[in-house]
Design a protein around this ligand. Structure first.
Ligand SMILES: Nc1ncnc2c1ncn2[C@@H]1O[C@H](COP(=O)(O)OP(=O)(O)OP(=O)(O)O)[C@@H](O)[C@H]1O
Ligand SMILES: [Mg+2]
Length: 159
């Protein structure tokens, strides 16, 4: 549904990791099969920390290593399979086929660090999360389909 795309925007200060945890829990509450979350931001912006928060909220209790070298880590949470991708090291967007992104989205959800490297191969209805440094903490800027307003009703901006 193209008219459902990027109709929602939300900004949230993340002064510390506790705020990242809380944001992760909210994103987890809205996440379902077929959903992609594009985690944008410079090196060290807090993308893995937010992915970890989402996975923990979904019930992952063990370690959540950064997929820096493996490129993808797969999780089976009680209600949802989740693939956690880090595309920083891919050299060609075609590598996404080998990494099974389409299959991951058929079976569950995908959290994707460095989505810019995927060059337009991500679903158009991905929830986009941009993280920026703000003092000691971070600022999160979210945009995506209008259905995310259900999760973030308090400050939305339909453009
Ligand atoms: N909201 C926050 N406030 C303060 N520090 C944070 C916050 N979120 C993350 N950090 C810290 O920033 C550092 C980098 O975080 P993280 O590894 O998640 O970044 P990243 O964006 O995944 O980096 P990379 O591009 O290398 O994958 C970590 O030490 C983490 O604890
Ligand atoms: Mg990371």
């Amino acid at each position: 549904m193209r008219n459902d795309i990027k109709q929602f925007a939300y900004t949230q200060p993340l002064p510390g990791l506790a705020a990242t945890e809380a944001l992760g829990a909210r994103i987890a509450a809205g996440l379902g099969r077929g959903d992609a979350v594009a985690l944008e931001g410079d090196l060290g912006a807090g993308k893995t920390a937010l992915a970890r928060a989402i996975l923990r909220a979904l019930g992952v209790s063990g370690a959540v290593p950064s997929p820096t070298f493996t490129l993808v880590q797969h999780y089976e949470t009680p209600g949802l399979k989740v693939g956690h991708y880090d595309l920083y090291r891919i050299e060609d967007p075609a590598e996404l086929d080998e990494l099974g992104l389409d299959e991951a989205l058929q079976e569950g959800a995908a959290l994707i660090e460095w989505p810019e490297r995927a060059a337009g191969r991500l679903p158009a209805d991905a929830l986009q999360v941009r993280l920026e440094a703000a003092g000691e903490g971070r600022l999160a800027w979210l945009a995506g389909p209008a259905r995310w307003q259900r999760i973030f009703p308090e400050r939305t901006d339909v453009r």
